[in-house]
Write a protein that binds this ligand. Structure first.
Ligand code: SF4
Length: 358
């Protein structure tokens, strides 16, 4: 059986290949090819002896997900539908902006958390992705987008709850941190308190984002069942205890749903809730999806602006997420949902929908 070298740190790659190399420095060469040069095959490692390349190929792989479909948006975003070895599919998105490229990675192939405003949640639970399946999304997107790692930001806001896949997330982060600084990696959670505490204990921490979506426990639990297990008050306690590096803030994502959580009074309650925490609020007008999220509507632009303005006037940093990739079904789960619909020949006339999620 062959072992993937992808999704591992340089130290781990060196440790694995050490028994097979002729000289010790070769282990660093292999790690460099895998991590810095993003090699797809051992044949590319031209400064290694040919027999060594063959020997490595017998024992290891440079495994990555397989691209099934790429949908290109007029704004430059690309959405990838990827297939894993067992036929499972996941999505990733690349969003260029100015000189930067933001890559949105999936950590699970579905999601059992079941937030009512999320297409992935509507598609149901999946399995945990391995570290190479997670890091492989980054590898193939920077190659496809022809982008250097120092221009990349990574957000774990694709399919799945990353803090319910800790073991693989940790390995994937260690691998990603070899080329992308932790301050340019964000892990977004629906509020899994044990996972937040775990993240707090990592020696090198990514940035933290929390999918909040309601300013009080009752409404949060209504749209995010996980809030029943991890109540808002306990979540806020865990966040207040989270160690923040100098200049860092916790990002709070707030999906705005018409008539549910979009009043100026809701913004006032939210400001009170976040009082004293270095925070940034990311307001995300809902991506409507008549099939998977029937009855949920996006507020009008004026309502969104008034909500954001109330937060801004309280002195908090607030952004309204500009829709990216509207024409490519960029919200998490939407391309997979569409693909499944197409495969089952039941739903292929459904219109493409706009992005965002947590
Ligand atoms: S928003 Fe995130 S945690 Fe909630 S169902 Fe969707 S993928 Fe899962």
């Amino acid at each position: 059986m062959t072992t993937p070298l992808t999704g591992r740190s340089a130290a781990e790659i060196s440790r694995l290949v050490a028994p097979w190399v002729d000289r010790p420095f070769r282990t660093r060469q292999v790690a460099l090819w895998v991590l810095q040069r993003n090699a797809r095959s051992f044949g590319e490692m031209t400064d290694l002896p040919k027999e060594l390349r063959s020997r490595l190929a017998e024992h290891f792989t440079l495994a990555e997900p397989r691209i099934l479909d790429i949908v290109r948006s007029s704004d430059g975003s690309r959405k990838y539908l990827l297939e894993l070895d067992d036929g499972t599919t996941v999505e990733s998105v690349a969003m260029p902006e100015d000189q930067k490229l933001t890559l949105c990675l999936s950590s699970q192939s579905g999601c059992a958390v079941g937030c009512t405003f999320c297409v992935t949640g509507a598609l149901g639970a999946g399995r945990n992705l391995s570290s190479w399946e997670i890091a492989g999304q980054y590898r193939l997107m920077i190659r496809d987008m022809a982008t250097a790692p120092d221009r990349v930001n990574i957000v774990f806001m694709g399919m799945g709850e990353p803090l319910l896949n800790l073991e693989n997330l940790e390995l994937a982060l260690e691998s990603l941190f070899e080329t992308v600084s932790p301050k340019r990696v964000t892990v977004s959670t629906s509020g899994v308190i044990p996972g937040i505490r775990w993240l707090a204990g990592l020696p090198r921490r990514p940035k933290l984002a929390v999918s909040l979506n309601a300013p009080d426990q009752v409404r949060r639990e209504e749209i995010m069942p996980i809030a029943g297990k991890y109540p808002l008050a306990e979540l806020m306690d865990a966040l207040r205890a989270f160690p923040l590096e100098r200049g860092r803030r916790i990002t709070f994502e707030y999906v705005m749903i018409r008539g549910f959580n979009d009043r100026v009074e809701d913004a006032t309650t939210l400001v009170r809730l976040l009082g004293g925490l270095p925070s940034k609020v990311n307001v995300i007008p809902l991506n409507e999806d008549a099939v998977h999220l029937p009855g949920l509507l996006r507020p009008d632009a004026g309502t969104v602006d008034r909500f954001a303005e109330r937060i801004r006037r309280a002195g908090l940093v607030v952004t309204v997420r500009r829709s990216r990739g509207n024409d490519v079904a960029a919200a998490c789960g939407q391309l997979k949902g569409r693909h499944q619909g197409r495969t089952n020949a039941t739903d292929h006339c459904r219109p493409d929908l706009s992005p965002s999620r947590r």
